[in-house]
Write a protein that binds this ligand. Structure first.
Ligand code: G1P
Length: 295
């Protein structure tokens, strides 16, 4: 199971942001779920910053109807910048400018129908072309020290092939995730013989769940081309990945650091409290408020 191909660097990231965010209605009726804020940054910005820190140079958003404010968020806001400059609000102005990706490094394509994560990633195929790429599901905020994708890129530099972030979940939660079948572990890298989308606990091959970060080879597009329908009646990225196992190195990566599942109301509130407690401007007053709640 080795590849003679040289290990190419990961320069591009696909960020699927077409989901409707029904779990957050009515908040997400007119606002994309990716623009909900964790303290003072929209959820999507955490993923973009994590990708940039891992050396990603091209950000490919797969959007849908009603998501245009995501484009605006990663563009200049001239009136606002002029106003901040005139009022000498340098800190605010710099934070806006620092978070802006370089011109030409962001592209947008639309997933025209909600056919699943595999289909969303397939929609980015022409932007990715024939090179390895990362996928970041922005619902997952993975903070702490070295970002999850940076950890994965370092591990990938040794093995090549595909690497997916994994973490153990309670058995009753396997039906919410892609679950890998591990065959052996070396450090943080886990060799695997398969991956199954949302298995019942009784048939789950392990409790190791795929957590929203992937490094994939372009061969996955060949598998996604089949448009095969999988779990939940959707085209699953997991099914396409499963067909690559055995054809190239394929590993689960046990990442370190905190994980907040912002696709879920409780996880989203957890992220706000935890990130708020680390935020220099608000951690003090926030601690006082939490203490006063007398839980
Ligand atoms: C998707 C993937 C699943 C993965 C999960 C991680 O599921 O299909 O394999 O484990 O993201 O968050 P979704 O949460 O979109 O249903």
């Amino acid at each position: 199971m080795t590849t003679s191909k040289p290990i190419k660097p990961v320069r591009k990231a696909v960020l699927p942001v077409a989901g409707m965010g029904t779990r957050f209605l009515p908040a997400t009726k007119a606002v994309p779920k990716e623009m909900l804020t964790v303290v003072d940054k929209p959820v999507i910005q955490y993923a973009v910053e994590e990708a940039a820190a891992a050396g990603i140079e091209q950000f490919i958003f797969v959007t849908g109807r009603g998501k245009h404010v995501i484009e605006d968020h990663f563009d200049h806001a001239y009136e606002l910048e002029a106003l901040l400059s005139a009022r000498e609000k340098t800190k605010e102005l710099n934070s806006l400018l620092e978070s802006l990706p370089e011109s030409g490094s962001v592209s947008f394509t639309r997933q025209q129908a909600p056919k699943g994560l595999g289909h969303a990633v397939w929609c980015a195929r022409h932007f990715v072309g024939d090179e390895p790429f990362a996928v970041l599901l922005p619902d997952e905020i993975l903070v702490d020290g070295v970002g999850c994708l940076s950890q994965m890129v370092a591990a990938y530099a040794e093995t090549g092939g595909c690497v997916v972030a994994v973490r153990e979940v309670p058995l009753e939660e396997t039906k919410r995730y892609g679950i890998i079948a591990p065959t052996g572990e070396k450090g943080s890298m886990i060799a695997m013989s398969g991956v199954v989308e949302k298995p019942d606990p009784a048939s789950a091959p392990s409790r190791l769940a795929v957590i929203g970060r992937y490094i994939l080879q372009p061969e996955v597009f060949g598998e996604l081309d089949r448009h095969e329908i999988g779990a939940g009646n959707e085209i699953q990225l997991t099914d396409a990945m499963a067909r690559l196992i055995g054809r190239m190195p394929f590993h689960g990566y046990r990442f370190t650091g905190q994980r907040y599942d912002c696709g879920d109301k409780v996880g989203f509130l957890h992220a706000n409290i935890a990130v708020g407690l680390e935020h220099p401007d608000i951690s003090g007053p926030l601690k006082e408020i939490l203490k006063s709640l007398k839980l």
